[in-house]
Design a protein around this ligand. Structure first.
Ligand code: SF4
Length: 230
């Protein structure tokens, strides 16, 4: 079976991607449960290499003990570590949670700073975490790109970039600023629903069937001819 015959420009694909995602996910509730900017920051930090589902099971236990920097620094790092262990990387994450809470109290009046620069200075907070907080806690336009979004941008022929930084630049230039925050969540929801190994099929996928990278179809064809030979 051939893939799509002729591909439009990535600007046109971008418009179509927005239309499709908007029809599939008109609402974009924030997946990580939180009460305010501080609890969101902690939840995003915990979500590194962990599912949102698992983070949402762990954070109520942690926030019942400490949902603000003042209470958090009263907890022993070992205690934080034992609560957040199911999220993985718990020694590093617990250390970061404790240290960043101290810095928030010392430098920012106990508040989460509303700036990329100040956020990225906090331990355990990289550009992606800072972007999620800026967008979801404060409503600033940001386009957090992780490896999943990076991969999808290539599959949808929106970017040929080799790293997440470049993909972020490409996506920001393709999509209007006012769409960034919602689009980031819509792409995450789409990836979760369609791009799992089980369901992945570029011929039946609502986006890849029309705009998928030619290599996706070559891979799919190679897979099915292997199966047919068996
Ligand atoms: S074909 Fe696969 S990779 Fe492409 S969007 Fe669909 S599910 Fe995701």
């Amino acid at each position: 079976m051939p893939g799509p015959k002729k591909y439009p420009s990535n600007k046109t694909i971008a418009k179509e991607v927005v239309k499709t995602l908007e029809s599939l996910y008109p609402e974009t509730p924030i997946p990580l449960q939180h009460e305010d900017a501080y609890t969101l920051l902690i939840a995003v930090l915990l979500s590194a290499q962990c599912t949102d589902e698992r983070v949402n099971k762990v954070t109520p236990l942690l926030f019942a003990k400490a949902n603000n920097p003042t209470d958090m620094i009263k907890l022993d790092v070992k205690e934080i570590e034992s609560i957040i262990r199911p999220c993985g990387l718990s020694p590093r994450k617990s250390q970061a949670i404790s240290e960043l809470s101290k810095i928030l109290l010392e430098k920012h009046n106990g508040q989460v700073p509303e700036s990329f620069e100040a956020l990225e200075e906090l331990p355990g907070v990289g550009h992606k975490t800072a972007s999620v907080v800026m967008s979801q806690a404060f409503g600033h336009p940001a386009f957090p790109v992780d490896t999943h979004i990076h991969r999808l941008a290539w599959r949808w022929q929106l970017s040929e970039a080799k790293n997440v930084e470049q993909t972020e630049r490409d996506l920001k230039s393709l999509f209007s600023k006012k769409l960034w925050n919602k689009l980031h969540l819509q792409i995450i929801f789409f990836g979760r629903e369609y791009c799992s190994a089980r369901q992945h099929n570029p011929y039946s996928c609502p986006i890849c069937s029309r705009y998928g990278h030619p290599e996706l179809f070559e891979q799919e064809d190679a897979k099915s001819s292997k199966k047919n030979k068996k």
